[in-house]
Design a binder for this molecule. Structure first.
Ligand code: BES
Ligand code: ZN
Ligand code: ZN
Length: 498
């Protein structure tokens, strides 16, 4: 979709459909100068009538589509609810643009226009609104149509209409950032939506190599033998049940001097998690192709960071493997040795993510990277605790946690910190090894985080559990059914704030 900024009047713009914003304010249209009031006048008071009859209320998330029947150059008007005027936020504008764009596409529109909805009457910054609209449309119109014909035509053009030409270059810059971020999020969605017979560890490595040469970061891919040489016994244990070659993907983006600090982004990439010998029940098993969503987020973030030419140095690390059953598969009761020398008793082969992360984090520590941020579809327990909207955040460093939560808020992603509770550390104690890979029935997201913390040493580290948030069962604002691409925009904001 091409996004343009254009100076003019939305009511005379030649596109298939337009978006106007409507606040939920006791049945009143906005100020007489607002786009919604101008469109209402041209439609003979249709929007006012809708309000009077409670056909539209301006509630957040609500979209009412009107057919103009020749009264405006456009065929369709999507009236997008923004909620009460005093409570309109950038997140709300982003979601409204997503909902409105989808409604227009559903009715066959392939071009659309919008004003800076929500900006005038609410005091929100014009650039932030332009960015939110571009993000909302690009994210909300995402679809994964590789294996079947799309049901509706693609939106080809979005025009953001402004009244004055005053800040065009600032608005254009805001839109460019939005495009980089939402395309990276959609790239992560594509990777996660791919089935596991396509998105193998080798394919993830190939994609990283391609993105590195396109956008400008170095990529190194290690195979089984190199992992063995490095002593990555935990990751190799997980990989042992699959004929599919595991890959350890390292990506280096360098914008600051070679000696400057280098943040590590680590992403769990189990391209299919059957549970291994501790096999999962078959219900919902197809969803376990999503178990590489952390790795996809890291690869996509690297491409966004490089594309935007962000300052700083960033290294992405993605331990990628399948977790399958076979005659060579690792077993419950096995003891594995991680790269940092620690021994791990495997209680469940289904707690494989923390094993893959143990080696990736050990590697990052050995390489002197700091801080460390890992993203992983790690525990069903996190989904039970926080549901499908909030990702769980754990950290051994409150300053880093505060910075990360700030980045998430700016990105518009919901994240919630949970305690890295030292009281529960003993639950991971093993009789025969340094640590075991499962705690007990309770606090499963916390004991998983505590397990990873055993490999970080004193390095500032933060862990994001995206088991609940990596996919969605329904469309909702910028979220569409299927993979969400969660964490890409937050990681990008974190890198930018470093
Ligand atoms: N990949 C799963 C976690 C998961 C669950 C992701 C649901 C998305 C949705 C992870 O590898 C896993 O199986 N974790 C186990 C850990 C348990 C064996 C300690 C779990 O959460 O049940
Ligand atoms: Zn598992
Ligand atoms: Zn898993």
């Amino acid at each position: 979709m091409k996004i343009e900024i254009s100076q003019g009047d939305i009511t005379t713009t030649h596109v298939d459909g337009i978006l106007v914003g409507l606040c939920e304010d006791s049945g009143q249209l906005g100020p007489a100068t607002s786009a919604v009031a101008a469109v209402d006048a041209l439609l003979g008071g249709a929007i006012g009538t809708l309000l009077d009859s409670k056909g539209a209320r301006g509630k957040a998330g609500e979209v009412t589509v009107l057919h103009t029947l020749g009264r405006l150059p456009c065929r369709l008007v999507a009236v997008c609810g923004l909620g009460p005027r005093s409570k309109v936020t950038i997140d709300g504008v982003r979601d409204a643009a997503a909902e409105g764009s989808r409604a227009l596409r559903k009715l066959g529109a392939t071009s659309m226009a919008t004003t800076l909805i929500g900006a005038g009457a609410t005091g929100l910054d014009d650039r932030a609104v332009a960015r939110a609209i571009a993000e909302g449309a690009t994210l909300g119109l995402y679809s994964f149509a590789k294996y079947k014909l799309p049901e509706v035509a693609d939106m080809e053009r979005l025009v953001i209409v402004v009244r004055t030409s005053g800040d065009t270059s600032g608005l254009q810059e805001a839109v460019a950032t939005a495009v980089v971020l939402s395309e990276a999020t959609n790239l992560a969605r594509d990777m996660v939506n791919e089935p596991a017979n396509y998105m193998t560890p080798s394919r993830m490595a190939e994609m990283a190599l391609d993105l590195g040469s396109t956008h400008g970061f170095e990529v190194t891919v290690l195979g089984r033998e190199e992992m063995a040489t490095l002593g990555m016994g935990a990751l190799l244990g997980v990989a042992s049940g699959s004929a599919e070659a595991p890959k350890f993907i390292r990506m280096d983006y360098t914008a600051a001097g070679g000696d400057a600090a280098r943040i590590a982004l680590v992403g769990k990439a189990i391209t299919f998690d059957s549970g291994g010998i501790s096999i999962k029940p078959s219900e919902g098993l197809a969803e376990m192709k999503d178990d590489m969503a952390g790795g996809a987020a890291v690869i996509a973030t690297m491409s966004a960071v490089a594309r935007a030419g962000a300052p700083g140095n960033v290294t992405g690390l993605v331990p990628a493997t399948e977790n399958l059953l076979g005659s060579r598969a690792y077993r419950p009761g096995d003891v594995l040795r991680a790269m940092n020398g620690k021994t791990i008793e495997v209680i469940s082969t289904d707690a494989e993510g923390r094993l893959a992360l143990a080696d990736a984090i050990s590697y990052a520590v050995k390489e002197g990277l700091a801080p460390l941020v890992d993203v992983a579809t790690l525990t069903g327990a996190c989904q039970v605790a926080l549901g499908k909207t909030y990702s769980g955040v754990f950290s051994n460093n409150q300053e880093l946690a505060d910075r990360f939560l700030g980045a998430a808020a700016r990105a518009g992603e919901r994240m919630w910190q949970l305690p890295l509770a030292d009281e529960y550390r003993e639950l991971n104690k093993s009789l025969i090894a340094d640590i075991k890979n499962v705690g007990n029935r309770h606090g499963g997201a916390i004991t998983a985080a505590l397990f990873i913390s055993e490999f970080t040493g004193d390095v500032p580290w933060l862990h994001v559990d995206i088991a609940g948030t990596s996919n969605s069962a329904k469309d909702n604002g910028v979220i569409v059914k299927g993979a969400t691409g969660v964490a890409v925009r937050t990681l990008y904001e974190l890198v930018r704030s470093s």
